[in-house]
Design a protein around this ligand. Structure first.
Ligand code: APR
Length: 230
């Protein structure tokens, strides 16, 4: 049976594609108040502002390209059974060719019905506007998980993390739960690897921290893994 690698990614994996992280200096949450744009209350209060915020993010994503870290993760599939669990709402893992991707916080290229989150649609282009409705006639909103909302994919993600032989964490401050707790589901003896230039403090058995930027450190790590597991 193939070795199972599970990769948990955050905004840092897409930083070198030109997409801003959230909590670094000059990160998105420096310029915006989370509660104005990324909560159900914000959507109630000022839906146009929320749509505008995500329209800008969508425009950025469509204009960005995967970087060497995204492409290297795709190469892991040559030898390993790989699942990418991402907190990112961009589609750069898809565009780099990864096959198994779980979007914990949704994906910005899709919309969902305001009254039934299971009604999900592709968005053509970068704009989603007020007045665009689902098949039930209700307003469409971005298909993303906001602060205060449940994370429907977390149980599936935890089950997969619990099966990992190697668990790689790339570019996340691990500040947001439940995603940050996934590492606790990884078997005690499995190897854990963190790639981040400013790694969060993590207490885990069999942990290796690589203090580097994803665009350079991930291709190196992937090379090593492909070589060592002949
Ligand atoms: N390579 C690797 N890591 C990087 C790079 C890089 N080039 N640049 C920055 N980082 C790291 C930072 O050191 C930091 O640890 O990426 C991490 C980014 O952390 P956050 O901005 O907190 O992003 P993330 O952890 O993905 O946020 C989690 O919070 O706002 C919500 O829903 C949003 O999914 C997001 C969640």
């Amino acid at each position: 049976m193939k070795t199972k690698i599970v990769v948990l990614t955050g905004a840092g994996v897409s930083a070198e594609s030109g997409l801003k992280t959230f909590r670094d200096s000059d990160g998105l949450w420096e310029g915006y108040n989370v509660y104005d744009v990324a909560t159900p209350e914000a959507w109630e209060r000022n839906p146009s502002m929320v749509q505008d915020f995500y329209n800008m993010r969508r425009k950025d994503v469509l204009g960005a390209e995967p970087n060497p870290a995204h492409y290297a993760l795709r190469l892991l599939e040559d030898k390993f059974d790989v699942t990418v669990i991402t907190q990112n709402i961009d589609n750069l893992h898809e565009r780099a060719g990864s096959s198994n991707i779980i979007h914990l916080h949704g994906i910005i290229t899709k919309s969902q019905s305001d009254i039934n989150p299971k009604l999900v649609y592709d968005i053509a282009g970068w704009e989603l506007n007020m007045g665009e409705t689902c098949e039930l006639g209700s307003q469409l909103r971005p298909h993303v998980v906001w602060f205060g909302e449940s994370v429907p994919m977390i149980e599936k993600a935890a089950a997969i993390a619990s099966k990992s032989d190697i668990f790689i964490v790339i570019g996340t401050s691990l500040a947001v739960y439940p995603a940050a707790g996934l590492i606790n589901f990884v078997p005690y003896s499995s190897q854990k690897i963190i790639v981040d230039p400013n790694s969060p403090a993590v207490n885990a058995n069999n942990l290796r921290v690589i203090n580097g930027r994803a665009g350079k450190a991930v291709p190196q790590l992937v090379n090593d893994l492909l070589r060592d597991f002949e």
